[in-house]
Write a protein that binds this ligand. Structure first.
Ligand code: ZN
Length: 504
């Protein structure tokens, strides 16, 4: 990771990972398109998350509407609490987030302060309009949900969902029947969430429309543990405790998840289990361990529904520490509120008594880890620019190149290209420019393997396979290609073991 972050974004745009949305109309902040390579890679991250939570954890996946009637979000507290404290300039009329101004001009985090405390703070610190230097007016609240109406007329108000979680809580009765009364049980939802950011200036890190992957784990508050906790107990995690943050201490507590629970640093074993699982997921994406930490939100920073929240953060060059997932202990807040507002009984019979389930929620963004992975994978070695993506995560798994555009080589290469596609590989055929340039293009987008078809291929049906990270090449029989590639991508064999390197 020795590159300037700007160079990474330039590559990401040029090669079709991410593009600013609505570009030919001048663009709108807070929106990004995933291009042809980006869309494939994003879907791979989502699929890996499914592997962790749906396949291995055995959680149910649902898919509910993104448009949500106001009643639901009134019950969930979002109508009242999903707000940004704003302040308007008395002179030029521009509006700003009070928290941003305090951070920029006084270097203090005022998140969690009351309205009057914020006003007092801005006044005593002499915070002014960053545009014109004018004085600032009173604090007012701006709800960050996108508002719409359902059907014609303005009577039925709806919002684009700020989280996917509410769709799960609404279906709780049906879901717990589906779980046949077992606790704990988990439900996930993957899809778009929305936040009408005031002034998104951080590119893909602060989006107005983003993809989330959320899991709600329902459990008996008397038994807040995970059936497989013992398997995770020894996993080390790094915690930045709220108490340290409030004393302005940068200290990270490195501890096993079991100790973290025993010492009361993490509220229960379920939460601890999912902190460890989150770390494993980020490692699987290719984020190095030293770039991962869990920051405990201070009481003022926590969302209205949460009793304890840990932000999984990844260190980046461009944006500093970036929150990529939030793990919240939502207690029975959501179920009790929906029971009250809908007048449905949401308790269940469990262990001979009525129980209102509590919830631990691992909630991931997908766009932010996507960026973090790009940044941590991008390297340059001399003139070589490399995206050292995990092999499974690369949008293109294999490049197929005829050495020359004649002598029957393109025909043979096309045959191999078709064969690899029929075996399910994402393959790219490239016959333009020198072979060196083709390798360089493949390296830049992280393609782990390239196949070259040369004259010898026509003689003995062997071809060269090249490893992205070492640039080493090995000649193997065509008949072994598919099986070898599969094993390499799944990291079941090493590149060294497949044959003698070809002298260049
Ligand atoms: Zn102003």
């Amino acid at each position: 990771m020795n590159q300037k972050p700007d160079e990474i974004m330039e590559m990401a745009r040029r090669r079709g990972f991410i593009w600013p949305s609505f570009e030919i109309y001048g663009g709108v902040g807070g929106f990004y398109d995933f291009g042809p390579l980006g869309a494939v890679m994003k879907n791979k991250i989502i699929q890996k998350w499914r592997e962790f939570y749906v396949i291995r954890e055995g959680f149910f996946e649902i898919d509910s509407p993104t448009i949500t009637p106001e009643d639901v979000l009134r019950a969930s507290g979002h109508v009242d609490h999903f707000v940004d404290a704003m302040v308007e300039c008395n002179k030029c009329g521009e509006a700003f987030r009070a928290v941003d101004l305090a951070r920029e001009q006084a270097d203090v985090d005022i998140e969690g302060m009351s309205k009057t405390e914020m006003e007092k703070f801005l006044e005593t610190k002499g915070v002014r309009c960053p545009e014109c230097g004018g004085t600032l007016g009173k604090i007012f609240y701006f709800n960050a949900m996108f508002r719409t109406t359902i059907g014609p007329g303005s009577k039925r108000v709806g919002y684009l969902r700020p989280e996917t979680a509410q769709g799960i809580f609404i279906d709780f009765k049906r879901l717990q029947r589906h779980a046949r009364g077992k606790l704990p049980f988990g439900v996930v939802q993957i899809g778009k969430g929305y936040r009408n950011e005031v002034s998104p200036r951080q590119g893909i890190i602060r989006l107005r429309e983003f993809t989330m992957a959320e899991a709600e784990v329902f459990f008996d508050p008397k038994n807040p543990t995970h059936p497989k906790f013992s398997k995770m107990a020894g996993e080390q995690i790094g915690l930045w405790l709220a108490t340290d943050q409030m004393k302005n201490r940068q200290h990270i507590t490195r501890i096993t998840v079991e100790q973290a629970v025993n010492e009361g640093l993490v509220c229960n074993k379920l939460m601890a289990y999912y902190l460890a699982l989150t770390k494993r997921f980020l490692l699987e994406l290719g984020i190095p361990e030293e770039a991962i930490r869990f920051r405990e939100q201070t009481p003022g920073q926590r969302a209205h529904y949460s009793k304890e929240t840990w932000d999984a953060e990844v260190s980046t060059k461009r944006f500093g520490w970036v929150e990529v997932a939030g793990l919240a202990y939502r207690t029975d807040y959501d179920l009790s509120r929906h029971a009250k507002f809908s007048k449905e009984d949401l308790t269940i019979f469990y262990g001979g008594e009525k129980v209102l389930c509590h919830v631990v929620e691992p909630s991931y963004g997908i766009d932010r880890p996507f960026y973090c992975v790009l940044e941590h994978s991008y390297t340059s070695e001399g003139k070589r620019k490399l995206l050292k993506l995990k092999k499974w995560l690369a949008p293109i798994t294999v490049g197929v190149f005829p050495l020359l555009n004649r002598d029957g080589l393109p025909e043979k290469a096309t045959e191999i290209y078709d064969q690899l596609k029929s075996e399910g590989f994402m393959v790219e055929y490239d016959d333009s420019g020198s072979i060196g340039r083709r390798y360089a293009r493949a390296d830049e987008i992280g393609t782990p393997y390239c196949i070259t078809i040369d004259h010898q291929t026509l003689v003995d049906n062997t071809l060269t396979i090249r490893d992205r990270d070492t640039a080493a090449q090995v000649r193997i029989p065509e008949t072994e290609l598919g099986k070898t590639l599969q094993a390499l991508v799944q990291e079941k064999i090493s590149f060294d073991s497949i044959g003698e390197p070809v002298k260049k």
